[in-house]
Design a protein around this ligand. Structure first.
Ligand code: MN
Length: 514
């Protein structure tokens, strides 16, 4: 049996099914590049047949990376052909076809009997195989399917040309032991002596996704489907970092290899949180903010003497910044660039200029600049648009028994425009004043505030999701002042909305020749 576990990352497909999350095309391409640097074996880039936007995204990712790229497809001709078309320029394309096999899904969703499902699966895999040499087949809701029928469908899919058979625990229903047993029986009954990869796809409805996945690997699965930060439908998918660190930390149990470059783990986690606007809880395993923080005196003492007393993984090996002071007031542009590069940010000259400006501003307010601060600044700049509007100044008037008012001045070219407005609280008042200036009435869909570092002068990082006439954008702002960070984030999103509208008008003009 193979001794390497293959990782299929589905953040761009199942992860995008997280409630409230949608990635923009450029974000998907950027994320796919980062996944390639992480070394995942296969990127599920989307569901090409679902919409023109998904099709474009799969195509753009397929063009960009050299690693494997797949598109999901129902066992329907249109879906499968769309997947093949979108993957045309991929270096290593794969079509991933699926059909639901459980009695509940057959009756309630598909309105098909066993024979019809079997027939559709075989025809789907055959068509996919005629268009692409690498075909994966999934039985949706496999864990609630009658075992004999599951084996029958999987065997037929292998006969029809599938080389990877995926057994999804679509609704996170299986117990750990039960899922391991199922995977072992699939390895025996379906793969047998043939070189077929059995794959897992676990959901976290009962908090077991990583556990079921790891048990399945122990019982013979050699591909895992997972997402960064466990993003995904409902309670999410199995989280990639937990699986790979489980495998590596307990190599004595699993004895398997993987192709991942785990130094990229933390960066991917931050990138996923940024692009999705879904922050991870501090107590999340492996990449959570508290994962390597020792609170109790006894623990601290132990760790200082010998880290292995309370640490089973080395945070620096996962690319987690160690919180040390890296830059100070007198550090130059060159030092900032070097640190940014070490942290994995390739800034353009323009981005570096803006990051440096921000850094200088911050160094005036905050004594020590840590790696986490540098990361936050770089992220903000990379997320930034060239932006029609910039903040010049703001003033707020707020208290507990009064309506908050804000006066905001924005710079647009050489002009400074000032407007005042009120709102429920100072942040909303600022947002309304910004709307007055831009002329766009934006709707705030979500707002998150996170402290980048500990301590009194910690940086606050605000992430907002803002929509206007069907366009939704994330905005990000970083400052030691949370009102300023909020204002920057909102303006960042508003600028991106304005850019998107201008872009749309430009293409419209080109198309219509107006
Ligand atoms: Mn799923």
């Amino acid at each position: 049996m193979r001794d390497t576990v293959l990782f299929l990352d589905t953040t761009l497909r199942d992860g995008e099914q997280t409630p409230g999350v949608s990635f923009h095309l450029n974000d998907k391409v950027e994320f796919a590049r980062a996944l390639e640097a992480l070394g995942v074996d296969m990127i599920e880039a989307g569901f090409a047949g679902a919409s023109p936007g998904d099709f474009e995204a799969v195509r753009a990712v397929a063009r960009t990376v050299k690693t494997g790229v797949c598109s999901l497809a129902r066992c329907v001709e249109g879906d499968i052909r769309a997947a093949a078309d979108a993957l045309r320029e991929a270096a290593r394309p794969r079509i991933h076809v699926f059909i639901a096999t459980s009695p509940l899904h057959r009756a309630a969703k598909l309105n098909m009997n066993r024979e019809q499902v079997l027939d559709a699966a075989v025809r789907g895999v055959r068509l996919a195989r005629s268009l692409c040499a690498d075909v994966e087949f999934s039985c949706e809701d496999a864990t609630r399917t009658e075992p004999d029928f599951l084996y029958q469908v999987c065997r037929a899919a292998v006969e029809a040309g599938a080389t990877t058979i995926n057994i999804p625990d679509t609704v996170g229903y299986a117990t750990v032991g039960e899922y391991g047993e199922l995977i072992a029986s699939i390895c025996r009954e379906v793969a047998g002596e043939r070189d077929i990869v059995i794959s897992t796809h676990c959901h976290n409805d009962l908090g077991l996704a990583a556990a079921t996945t790891l048990e399945a690997i122990r019982r013979g699965a050699r591909q895992v489907e997972c997402t960064i930060n466990g993003l995904g439908e409902r309670a999410g998918n199995a989280s990639l970092d937990e699986i790979v660190m489980g495998l590596r930390t307990r190599r004595d149990i699993y004895g398997l290899r993987d192709n991942l470059n785990i130094r990229e783990l933390y960066r991917l986690s931050r990138l996923a949180a940024n692009l999705s606007g879904m922050e991870i809880p501090p107590n999340k395993a492996v990449v959570g903010a508290n994962a390597f923080v020792h609170q109790s005196g006894i623990h601290q003492h132990g760790v200082l003497r010998e880290r292995a007393t309370y640490e089973i993984m080395k945070p620096e090996e996962l690319g987690i910044p160690q919180g040390g002071v890296v830059l100070g007031k007198l550090s130059g542009r060159h030092a900032l660039r070097e640190h940014a590069q070490e942290l994995g940010f390739e800034l353009t000259e323009h981005e570096l200029d803006r990051a440096f400006e921000k850094f200088k501003e911050l160094a005036d307010r905050k004594k020590d600049i840590t790696e986490r601060d540098v990361m936050a600044i770089c992220r903000e700049q990379m997320h930034g648009s060239h932006g029609m509007y910039r903040i010049h100044s703001f003033q707020i008037f707020s208290g507990n028994r009064m309506t908050a008012t804000a006066t905001v001045s924005l710079q647009r070219g050489a002009d400074i425009i000032t407007r005042a407005d009120c709102g429920d609280g100072p942040v909303e008042a600022c947002f309304h004043a910004v709307d007055q200036i831009t002329g766009f009435k934006c709707k705030l869909e979500s707002y998150q505030l996170r402290a980048v570092t500990e301590g009194e002068d910690a940086l606050g990082e605000v992430t907002v999701r803002v929509s206007n006439e069907g366009v939704t954008m994330l905005g990000k702002g970083v400052s030691t002042d949370i009102i300023e960070a909020s204002c920057l984030a909102y303006l960042n999103a508003a600028n991106r909305i304005i850019e998107a509208r201008q872009e749309r008008e430009r293409t419209h003009q080109q198309e219509t020749g107006v």
